[in-house]
Design a protein around this ligand. Structure first.
Ligand code: PLP
Length: 332
């Protein structure tokens, strides 16, 4: 008989969606290319969380979907940019759990149907286009969708932008603890920062000194966003000025491709066969490269790069695909 730990009736339950623990793999050739020792750099493979093509949103969705199921939800509703990985993985979670999914996305129909959007369609999600607003400003449109669903007798569960509520961020506090079991001597975990829940959870488990976040331009105030989530999650004050946050990789904005990001994508691919995406993990890797250059990360320290997924986004990003194709044509 398997033993189970009794759970208090009011404790939120996780829906089982992912494959745990995710691997922690060495990246010795990339480490040496960056000027680190071969054993300094490791990759936490949260791109390999399993469901729906994988990615960091699965850890948050386990908690968010657990709460939605407990509330008797029939439909998951969430928001995002057209190439939102969170929207794609919400669509996959809904398929797995037998729930309908409505995605409220910024933009207009006819925008590129590739990458994550193609998968949203395969998973059977309904897309509602909300017009030209930032991903983070889609809340009211999602509220209107939820209201219409209620009028039809459905029970909508509104999941936060990027899955980043205090509940969703719990998934990354767990990831932080998982990581400590795999690499007790870790000095720095480097992660992309979008809606902030991933960094907030890691900070809760590891402390702000061991987490380096790289802002990707998805929210206007990353430090305030992460510190508020981390404070609520940990129950202690997490000051924004204590966070290690790089703001230097946004370039001309969230969806745009920068030269350091394309260089980071190319380097990771050619040293480790590791595929990054142009919006999140490419920026995080470019931030890691800058941190090694300016001394924020040095040799002899155990550094972990958190691979948060995002591969479908590469196939929905014409500029990154063109840059990769150009490298091929030039025989580089
Ligand atoms: C959403 C996302 C992030 C950022 O995570 P947040 O918790 O939103 O900050 C990083 N990488 C990928 C691939 C993502 O999809």
């Amino acid at each position: 008989m398997p033993t189970t730990t009794p759970t208090p009736a009011d404790a939120p339950r996780r829906a089982g969606l992912g494959t745990w623990p995710t691997p922690l793999e060495p990246a010795p050739r990339l480490a040496e290319a960056l000027g680190l020792a071969p054993d300094d750099l490791w990759v936490k493979r949260d791109d390999l969380t399993g469901l729906g093509g994988g990615g960091n949103k699965i850890r948050k969705l386990e908690w968010l979907c657990g709460a939605a199921l407990a509330d008797g939800a029939t439909t998951l509703v969430t928001t995002g940019a057209p190439q939102s990985n969170h929207a794609r993985l919400t669509a996959a979670a809904g398929a797995r759990l037998g729930l309908d999914v409505v995605l409220v996305l910024a933009g207009a129909p006819g925008a590129s149907g590739s990458g994550n959007l193609a998968l949203d369609g395969l998973f059977g999600a309904t897309v509602v286009w909300a017009g030209d607003v930032s991903g983070a400003a889609l809340g009211p449109a999602a509220e209107r969708v939820a209201e219409r669903l209620r009028e039809r007798g459905e029970v909508p569960a509104l999941l936060p932008f990027g899955g980043s509520s205090v509940l969703g961020a719990r998934g990354y506090a767990e990831c932080g603890r998982e990581l400590l079991g795999q690499a007790p001597d870790l000095t720095t975990v480097v992660t992309a920062v979008g809606s902030g829940g991933t960094m907030a959870g890691l900070v809760t488990a590891l402390g702000s000194a061991r987490v380096l976040g790289v802002h990707c331009g998805a929210v206007p105030d990353p430090a305030g966003t992460v510190s508020a989530l981390a404070s609520d999650l940990s129950g202690t004050d997490c000051a924004p000025q204590d966070l290690r946050l790089r703001l230097d990789q946004v370039g001309k904005g969230y969806g745009t491709l920068t030269e350091p990001v394309m260089a980071a994508l190319t380097l990771a691919a050619r040293t480790e066969g590791l595929v990054l995406d142009p919006v999140y993990t490419g920026r995080a890797m470019a931030g890691l490269v800058s941190a090694v250059e300016d001394g924020g990360i040095g040799p002899g320290q155990r550094t972990v790069f958190l691979h948060t997924g995002g591969l479908p986004g590469l196939f929905g990003h014409p500029a990154a695909l063109a840059a990769a194709e150009a490298a091929l044509a030039a025989g580089d």
